[in-house]
Design a protein around this ligand. Structure first.
Ligand code: MNH
Length: 476
């Protein structure tokens, strides 16, 4: 068995936090419940590039805009799969997110599925997004006297439902019960198992440990597998052939005639269910957190919603109206700056190169762009911890260097669902602040759950309908 360090950067060393122990390396400096956040906290004072090593796996992270921008240059660099993402291949194989750049199924799936993410495709998802958001609002309206709502829980219901209805014409019935659909904990459980495996794959005995984890999480995996089978087989001829699943099952590549294999289709469904909902749910939850914390921002957002949607508090936006909520869009952008719900991504050079003017970097080496640090680089972002949506006014965006803000990744492997996420999130935020007064608990201190993505934990909002208040304003 090779004793070499994985991702060793030809033996070059970078600053690392705390004391490094023999054998386990920096393991004790990482909080297993918050690996990314604890790594970022530990980075204070280490400079723009730093490393940590656990057993024989070294991870190199970059945390300033200059280095991130260099890594985002697609002519020299491309996506890399850090171990935690590589480990997801047990579930998502060569699906879009976890495919290696040179795997033929990436190109094929990318070309087949791009049409499902065009503007005209968004127009067909719009009514589904409106209907799903309305169901959430009805669900809340029926429970207004029950006390505050758990924001992350309900935003996850919403985005899960929107994604599965839009992409697979499948209704999870999330608003029928308090609890999330059992697929959600099963999926989170299966992925958590994968992440743990990724963490100790490079450890001695890692394979054995992986088997133990596999067994512990087997029931989650079985549930997820069954769900995916049901989703595919439940599809009759009558159902939409134009949603994502319809394209995957029926459409052949126009030039090569190739279609996705049944196994790859399973990988893609799981990929979209996972990539397509928790990310947006977190973005919505953080945006609501900042709105509740900043009354003047909330007032501006509500004023914008009222101006565009009119007097009826139950009005929902038309497709063309969604891009008009410019302030609400800035609130979303700024929330994703402070809390990028996908906290980083890996990059490798296409050929051996000199990185940052002095480090040799070979194609087998990778660095992680740590978005939580890049988005707060004081060289680019003034008062980086302050919530200020107007950083995203066009004039201010122009003043910043390229690649200062990368919540959706970079290059050919950037997020395919970006427009979908933005359309859904803006639509939901606008109609929500139009319909409800929201109040957070002033004593709530932001706590963040780190799964594959970031979500506020225990953040609650008290909701009141605005109908009475708007009727009063209208009669003035
Ligand atoms: Mn999404 C890739 C962030 C919403 C489907 N997504 C990525 C990457 C980031 C990302 C970052 C690149 C990762 C990497 O380089 O390794 N995504 C987000 C965020 C949101 C989001 C912050 C919401 C906010 N993503 C969505 C939605 C969908 C989706 C919604 C589906 C409808 N994302 C994907 C897929 C990929 C991806 C699929 C992989 C694309 C590829 O490699 O071809």
């Amino acid at each position: 068995m090779a004793k070499t360090v994985q991702n060793d950067w030809s033996g070059q060393r970078f600053p690392s936090a705390g004391r490094r122990l023999p054998f386990i390396g920096d393991l004790l400096n990482i909080d297993p419940r918050q690996p990314i956040l604890s790594m970022q906290r530990g980075a204070t004072g280490l400079g723009p590039i730093f490393e940590l090593q656990v057993f024989r796996q070294k991870i190199v992270l970059v945390g300033d805009v200059a280095m991130a921008a260099e890594l985002c240059d697609e002519t020299r660099f491309c996506k890399a799969l850090p171990p935690a993402i590589e480990a997801l291949r047990d579930y998502a194989g060569d699906g879009l997110f976890t495919a290696h750049n040179d795997e033929p199924n990436w190109q094929l799936a990318h070309e087949l599925l791009m049409p499902a993410f065009t503007k005209s495709a968004m127009q067909s998802y719009h009514p589904i997004m409106v209907e799903t958001a309305s169901e959430l609002f009805d669900y809340w309206r029926d429970r207004l006297t029950d006390g505050p709502v758990d924001v992350s829980r309900d935003m996850t219901k919403l985005t899960m439902e929107t994604l599965s209805r839009s992409a697979f014409s499948h209704d999870f019935g999330s608003f029928g019960t308090e609890e999330p659909h059992p697929f959600v904990p099963a999926m989170v459980g299966a992925l958590e198992g994968g992440r743990r495996k990724g963490g100790f794959r490079s450890a001695p005995g890692g394979r054995l440990l992986a088997k133990v984890v596999d067994r512990r999480f087997a029931h989650h995996q079985a549930y997820v597998d069954q769900m995916l089978d049901d989703l595919i087989s439940a599809r009759g001829d009558s159902e939409s052939q134009h949603d994502l699943l319809g394209i995957m099952l029926n459409v052949a590549h126009p030039e090569t005639g190739e279609k996705l294999s049944p196994l790859n289709i399973r990988y893609q469904i799981l990929t979209f269910l996972v990539a397509g909902h928790e990310t947006t749910s977190g973005a919505l939850s953080f945006a609501l957190y900042y709105l509740a914390r900043n009354p003047e921002c909330l007032a501006k957002a509500a004023a914008e919603a009222d101006e565009i949607l009119g007097d009826d508090p139950d009005a929902m936006p038309a497709f063309e109206q969604v891009s008009k909520f410019r302030y609400i869009r800035r609130v979303l952008d700024e929330s994703l700056r402070i809390w990028p719900t996908v906290p980083g991504f890996g990059r490798s050079p296409r050929e051996t190169t000199t990185f940052a003017g002095k480090y040799t970097m070979r194609p087998q080496d990778f660095a992680v762009v740590a978005l939580g640090l890049v988005h707060k680089d004081p060289a680019v972002w003034e008062n980086p911890d302050e919530f200020d949506p107007d950083r995203f006014l066009a004039a201010n965006v122009k003043k910043r260097p390229a690649h200062s803000y990368k919540p959706f990744g970079a290059g050919a492997r950037a997020c395919i669902g970006r427009q979908f996420a933005i359309h859904e999130a803006v639509l939901v935020l606008a109609s929500l602040v139009h319909r409800f007064d929201i109040t957070g608990d002033p004593d709530y201190e932001l706590a963040v759950d780190e799964r594959l993505t970031m979500l506020p934990r225990g953040f609650e909002l008290t909701l009141r309908t605005r109908s009475a208040q708007m009727a009063r304003a209208g009669s003035d």
